[in-house]
Design a protein around this ligand. Structure first.
Ligand code: PMP
Length: 432
């Protein structure tokens, strides 16, 4: 059965790139995913950052059952009660400042499309400033503002996208004094270039609070505040893409809360659906009102989906009841401590960074040269998988090889210890 299905996978699936593992998988629970040979793996990617409350949490299973007994899909114009409830919970308990109105759709890419559509319609502009190393999605508009990977296979991006060099304290583009000064100097130059070349029709600045795919980079607070100011001064909207940072992963409710900066539009996905495709875009009353007056439309087959909303509500309840925001800090500190221990041992662990349970560990050939250790990154990640640890490596040719370590917030210290043991072994063997 297993090998027949493996053959079917080899024969009938489109090979979609990225890190596709050789095995097929059958089930997942908590931090563990299991393959069809019955082997368990610690999932330190949280299922591409979605299983923040752990895989197949009983509350999600119950929510799916509950929704299945009611209506799990309706005509797009019929707003299910549970969608109104989710919008209220988001606004009341999670969204920052005066952000309160939400639309519920399916993926992070789609959320970016919605946010860009809103910003372009609201401002009447079309130009967008993005951070280097950003990832906002794979669809047309979202891919156009994503800089973390090269563009082979993407087609030609539309014009009007300007890049701000991402803050990176370990590899600054322009090194100048403190981390803040360096980040601000890069921003100032990018804005100067933008102002010289802009058509004057700017729509938005879009940023991830932690630049995750680009190497788990946490910008200085002063940088995010400066983005807010830059958007205001140019009549552009500030969009925060909180696909990964919202709902506890970084030990705060949102990235916005950490930076003390309220954007105009916020996108959320991944965690919100706990593994099901639910995303949200939220904005202020004032922006929503103007968009509505201007006949804003975003009408899809799965907008306001009741099953997904039921799951989203369950996920938010679990995060609150199990106090997972605080847990992200607690377990994050433990995980970081264990990596600092490994760093004592390995010259190749150049930098450890991140927040809560979103950590980046940068691999270098040696700490003096800081030369990216791409091969080592690839080899150890493969070995980790062989020994039962699923981990993500982010590789950008000039910008380094970085493990992104992001287990579910429900991870135990024993699971962390086990993962670190595997990593230690994989590193040791790769260096032999
Ligand atoms: N924004 C960010 C910050 C992301 O990390 C991702 C996914 N990696 C996306 C948007 C796109 O989300 P999706 O893959 O659900 O379309």
């Amino acid at each position: 059965m297993t090998s027949a299905l493996k053959q079917a996978a080899d024969e009938f699936l489109v090979r979609y790139g990225g890190d596709v593992f050789p095995n097929l998988f059958t089930s997942a629970k908590g931090t563990i995913v299991t393959d069809s040979d019955g082997r368990d793996y610690l999932d330190f990617t949280s299922g591409q950052m979605c299983a923040t409350i752990g895989h197949n949490h009983p509350a999600i299973v119950a929510a799916v059952e509950r929704a299945g007994k009611k209506a799990f899909h309706l005509f797009s114009g019929m707003i299910p009660e549970v969608v109104a409830e989710l919008a209220q919970v988001l606004a009341t308990d999670w969204l920052p400042g005066d952000i309160r109105r939400s639309i519920f759709i399916n993926t992070g890419s789609e959320a970016t499309e919605v946010a860009l559509r809103m910003a372009k319609m609201y401002t009447g502009g079309y130009e967008v400033l993005v951070l280097g190393g950003s990832w906002h999605g794979i669809t047309g508009g979202a891919a156009a503002v994503s800089m973390a990977s090269d563009r082979k296979g993407y087609g030609v991006p539309p014009p009007g996208v300007f890049v701000i060099p991402e803050p990176n304290a370990y590899r600054p583009y322009i090194a100048k004094g403190s981390e803040d000064e360096s980040a601000l100097a890069n921003l100032e130059l990018a804005l100067k270039m933008f102002d010289m070349q802009s058509s004057g029709r700017g729509a938005a600045i879009i940023a991830e609070p932690v630049i995750s795919a680009g190497g788990v980079l946490v910008p200085p607070k002063a940088f995010m505040k400066a983005l807010r100011k830059a958007a205001d001064e140019r009549g552009m909207l500030l969009i925060f893409d909180e696909a990964q940072t919202a709902f506890g992963r970084i030990g705060k409710k949102t990235g916005s809360e950490y930076f003390g900066v309220v954007p105009d539009i916020m996108t959320m996905s991944k965690t919100l659906g706990g593994g099901l495709p639910l995303a949200a875009v939220s904005t202020t009353e004032a922006i929503e009102s103007k968009l509505h007056d201007d006949h804003f439309t975003y009408y899809t087959s799965h907008v306001s989906d009741p099953l997904l909303a039921e799951v989203g509500l369950a996920v938010l309840r679990v995060i609150t009841e199990e106090k997972l925001v605080a847990r992200a800090n607690e377990m994050g500190a433990y995980l970081r401590g264990r990596f600092e221990g490994l760093q004592q041992k390995y010259e190749q662990i150049g930098d450890i960074r991140g927040m809560g349970l979103l950590l980046g560990v940068e691999l270098v050939s040696d700490r003096n040269s800081r030369r990216p250790a791409h091969q080592l990154g690839g080899l150890t990640t493969k070995k980790c998988f062989e020994y039962g640890l699923s981990m993500n490596i982010r590789r950008r040719p000039e910008r380094g090889s970085v493990w992104r370590i992001a287990p579910p917030l429900t991870v135990s210290t024993e699971e962390i210890d086990h993962a670190v043991e595997i990593l230690d072994r994989a590193l040791r063997e790769s260096l032999d």
